[in-house]
Design a protein around this ligand. Structure first.
Ligand SMILES: [Mg+2]
Length: 112
């Protein structure tokens, strides 16, 4: 079976996985204290996701010619990059929620 055939969804998920690894490497290098997959309040996760949605919004506005925000590219590549950041942060949040639930279950078991 040939499993190397790419699909748009497979390519996007591969890029999300690559971006998640990059986020973790940046955290490990000290660039960030935590990623959204780490033990972090949900309000902070929401703030990080909202920041990335805002950056994507700026790219959309530049791309569509409504305005030109500093640091935006107005290209398909820059749109893709910011959409990828949104997807990767959302993925990290999913990882973090699962870890939170598992930690809470373990803590409940220790108390029982
Ligand atoms: Mg971004």
């Amino acid at each position: 079976m040939n499993t190397s055939q790419s699909t748009p969804t497979g390519d996007a998920l591969g890029d999300i996985a690559w971006e998640r690894r990059r986020q973790t490497e940046l955290r490990n290098a000290g660039r960030y204290e935590k990623t959204c997959a780490d033990d972090m309040p949900n309000l902070r996760r929401l703030a990080v996701l909202t920041e990335e949605v805002g950056e994507f919004a700026q790219e959309v506005l530049t791309f569509e010619g409504f305005r030109e925000a500093r640091g935006t590219g107005g290209t398909y590549d820059s749109l893709y990059k910011e959409a990828l950041h949104v997807a990767a942060v959302a993925t990290a949040i999913l990882e973090g929620i699962v870890a939170d639930a598992q930690r809470e279950t373990r803590e409940r078991q220790v108390k029982a």
